[in-house]
Design a protein around this ligand. Structure first.
Ligand SMILES: CC(C)(COP(=O)(O)OP(=O)(O)OC[C@H]1O[C@@H](n2cnc3c(N)ncnc32)[C@H](O)[C@@H]1OP(=O)(O)O)[C@@H](O)C(=O)NCCC(=O)NCCS
Length: 187
């Protein structure tokens, strides 16, 4: 199935008419992916798990590209990567779920692209037979949480002091889950 996912292509048109190609990240996307993350604002950077302002970090992801571990879908406009949304797979008792992460270039936010990319990831996750998707979002990012909820993600819990920022300040993190299969209710 992952071989077929590698051929995944979806052309979408944003409400303002911009045409965007969604496809899996490829090994020759190094420079384009670095160009997506390098202009990141300090506020966004503080919330990221890795120092994505470092080209070495981003190039390392492309070097280690393995769709069995992480499946990145990128949004491409005129050869430029403007968004990156990833499924992070687990093994063993977590093999039925994946974590979801997404990052968009600032000027492509609030144009419907985030929702479209998440819908595409959900579609791919279903094709792969996953049962749940998990998103961890800093609890103060209420608009981001709403965006996930609009796609069916359910707010399950909030962990206090779960992320620590570079300055040592801690933040609560909301855990959102999208069930992809419904278990039959027991009577
Ligand atoms: C979170 C993120 C992916 C959202 O993508 P987006 O393309 O801006 O979202 P959309 O345009 O599809 O909007 C979907 C919903 O998001 C909500 N939303 C997100 N940001 C918003 C903002 N700043 N103001 C108002 N609404 C906002 C709205 O509810 C919107 O629904 P609506 O269009 O029906 O009003 C994008 O802002 C981003 O990349 N942020 C930085 C990284 C991040 O926080 N990732 C999430 C953690 S994994």
């Amino acid at each position: 199935m992952l071989d077929q996912i590698a051929k995944y292509r979806q052309l979408i048109t944003l409400a303002d008419g911009t045409r965007v190609l969604l496809r899996p990240l490829a090994s020759d996307d190094k420079n384009a992916l670095v160009a997506l993350f390098t202009p990141i604002s300090p506020t966004d950077l503080a919330l990221m798990r890795n120092d994505v302002s470092s080209p070495q970090v981003v190039m390392g992801w492309v070097d280690a590209l393995d769709y069995k571990k992480v499946l990145p879908l990128v949004a491409v406009v005129n050869d430029r990567i403007v968004g990156d949304a990833t499924l992070h797979f687990h093994t063993g008792p977590g093999r039925h779920l994946a974590d979801v992460r997404i990052f968009l270039s600032k000027e492509f936010r609030q144009r419907g692209l985030g929702s479209a990319m998440l819908r595409a990831l959900i579609d791919v996750a279903r094709k792969l037979g996953l049962q749940q998707l998990v998103a961890e979002v800093v609890a103060s990012q209420d608009k981001t949480i709403t965006a996930f909820q609009q796609l069916g993600f359910e707010l399950r819990t909030t962990f206090p002091d779960y992320f620590i920022m570079p300055d040592g300040e801690t933040h609560a993190v909301a855990v959102l889950i999208l069930p992809l299969v419904r278990k039959r209710e027991e009577f």
